[in-house]
Design a protein around this ligand. Sequence first.
Ligand SMILES: *Cc1c(COP(=O)(O)O)cnc(C)c1O
Length: 370
Amino acid sequence: MSTTVPFLDLSATHIAMRPALDAAWTDTLATNGFVGGQAVDAFEAEFAAYTGAAHCVGVANGTDALELILAALGVGAGDEVIVPANTFIATAEAVVRVGATPVFTDVDPATALITGDAVRAALSPRTAAVMAVHLYGQPVDLDDVLAVTDAAGVPVIEDAAQAHGARWAGQPIGARGAAAGFSFYPGKNLGALGDGGAVTTNDADLAATVRTLSNHGRSSHSRYEHAMIGRNSRLDGLQARLLSVKLSHLDEHNEARRWAAGRYGEMLPASWVPIEVADRAVSVHHLYVVTCRGVDRSVTTDALTAAGVGWGLHYPVPCHRQPAFADTEQKSHPVTEDLAEVIVSLPMHPHLSDADIEQVCGALDELTAD
Ligand SMILES: *Cc1c(COP(=O)(O)O)cnc(C)c1O
């Protein structure tokens, strides 16, 4: 059976803004601003304003954003970086790329996010940074985490790849840690039409170092002087133009996701329980993750497939259980390991209709009705 409720519907998003997206391409051709340039400057200013951060540096993707922040903070060989075990592998990858060691921690069973207590338990004299991952669109309780890290004198890096627009206690994410890394991979809440990423920070020196590192170590004052060994990780002018168009719809799209999450919450049968959103959190529901406890996960996913409903698993193999980390000694993280067995992600995007959500919940209802 073909998928009638897709997991993600990028076509619906793009059709609605097609003339503006077409104009972005035309403007890029007219100006030859293919890498960096005025369109990137403009998007950086818009995105900084959106997050409330003083600075934004466009880069090639979200993983590079995290890696460049770590490098700019001077994190490297011999350092440990605390990373929640329940995250996309890229969070840990960035740590390994700068030569440091990820120290995985477990997550809160209700929200599936890193907590201040988990950070405190993982701190060591070698801890050089903490990755606070705003997973599934949910903001980490940064008041809780920063209380621990400020006391320890350790910087917090926000992995904001899944949470453009999320808020904790009224404050937007992306401007509270030392810096935040955003991804503009097409499927993210703010997605380019290709790869893209950004670093946001209130620290002018950190922003300048990230910019230099991302552009071959080039000094800000000279085209021909290379102050440090950098790399190439820049945002395309075309992607910046497309992102400016899509940024103007982000709040409306996040609101539509919250509406869909609310409808799921009303209609889901009792065997499927959504990951909790904390009272002080405003989630942007990048993913709609539920735990299946009353009914087997494979039975659940088979039923969704049979009903033409798209689904995903985020994440079925925790980072510390990935073959890539087999050589690193890793403790057990029971909450993450349990979640890995029972989570399933239901369709979530800004164009879900009431009928779509009824179809998803109806397919699950049939499994428990007897
Ligand atoms: C997508 C993602 C990244 C990496 O972003 P890319 O742009 O794909 O490199 C990092 N962390 C998390 C939590 C993500 O979901």
